[in-house]
Design a protein around this ligand. Structure first.
Ligand SMILES: Nc1ncnc2c1ncn2[C@@H]1O[C@H](COP(=O)(O)OP(=O)(O)OP(=O)(O)O)[C@@H](O)[C@H]1O
Length: 267
């Protein structure tokens, strides 16, 4: 079954076609990766899906509903959340409070209810606290719950961003280069967390330059180049696809094996 469907999605910036007639489906199960050389249009694609930018043409359907051009908050409330290429945390808040902010995305009690503190809002607060602590445990951050987010080392800040996004209980999570800046060990831990997120029923769509992570986590891969989709399939299929190899060769680097593909993807 399809969680997300893109039909002929296009985005122009003046004369530049950053995303050009792209169609693909993100199935409910598993991890889907979007790869492509620098400037291929991956981040623009995420901006279109999450509502940060309206498409110039095409349709985006999430859970059977047309979400094309809807505001980002509405799309997030429907269960489609994203993380960013650069970490965006509330630095002055504690690690736990950062995750609670994510939980409130799915909370029912509005501002007035929370201010008046009727029983339902208090119950919700307790649920939020419990869920936030669960998410911290999930991301291996329980020991840092009361520390300011700004005090965490970079790798843990990325995990915190992931925990916060998951706290909203999303049906689909968009991860923009989650392994950027992580060392090998952190990257391996991230791969395990991504697999677990998918196994627990949240569909994952990720942009990633780290080919080891893509090969280890993705069930299917969509390849874009100059805004167009040039291939899709299993990681092994796309790696052997001549159009994909040519796209990476076009950046002046070889793509004949794992290490070389990773090199090329870094462009
Ligand atoms: N707001 C904008 N205005 C004008 N051009 C833009 C804008 N955003 C992106 N572009 C252009 O669209 C193209 C695709 O950019 P995009 O950032 O989506 O690529 P990418 O695949 O995410 O690249 P990278 O891997 O380097 O992050 C690039 O040529 C970029 O310069």
């Amino acid at each position: 079954m399809s969680r997300l469907t893109l039909e002929g999605v296009t985005r122009r910036f003046g004369g530049l076609v950053a995303v050009d007639d792209v169609s693909f489906e993100v199935p409910t199960e598993g991890v889907t990766a979007v790869i492509g050389p620098n400037g291929a249009g991956k981040t623009t694609l995420f901006n279109l899906i999450s509502g940060a930018l309206p498409p110039s043409a095409g349709r985006i359907v999430f859970e059977g509903q047309d979400i094309t051009g809807r505001p980002p908050a509405k799309i997030a409330a429907a269960g489609l959340v994203r993380t960013f290429q650069l970490v965006k945390l509330f630095e002055d808040l504690s690690v736990l409070d950062n995750v609670k902010v994510g939980c409130h995305l799915q909370g029912k009690a509005g501002l007035f209810a929370a201010l008046l503190r009727p029983a339902s809002a208090r119950r919700e607060e307790a649920t939020v606290e419990a869920r936030a602590r669960d998410m911290l445990a999930f991301a291996g951050l329980s020991a840092f719950a009361d520390e300011p987010a700004s005090g965490l080392p970079y790798g843990r800040q990325r995990m915190l961003e992931l925990a916060r996004a998951m706290a909203a209980g999303p049906k689909l999570i968009l991860l923009d280069e989650p392994a950027a800046g992580l060392n090998t060990e952190e990257s391996a831990a991230l791969a395990r967390i991504i697999r677990r997120i998918a196994d627990e029923g949240t569909s994952v769509l990720l942009i990633e330059h780290d080919m080891t992570l893509v090969m280890n986590t993705a069930d299917r891969v969509v390849v874009v180049d100059f805004g167009r989709k040039i291939a899709q399939g299993t990681p092994a299929q796309v790696r052997a696809n001549p159009a994909v190899i040519a796209a990476y060769l076009g950046t002046g680097k070889p793509a004949a094996n794992d290490a070389a593909t990773q090199e090329a993807a870094h462009g």
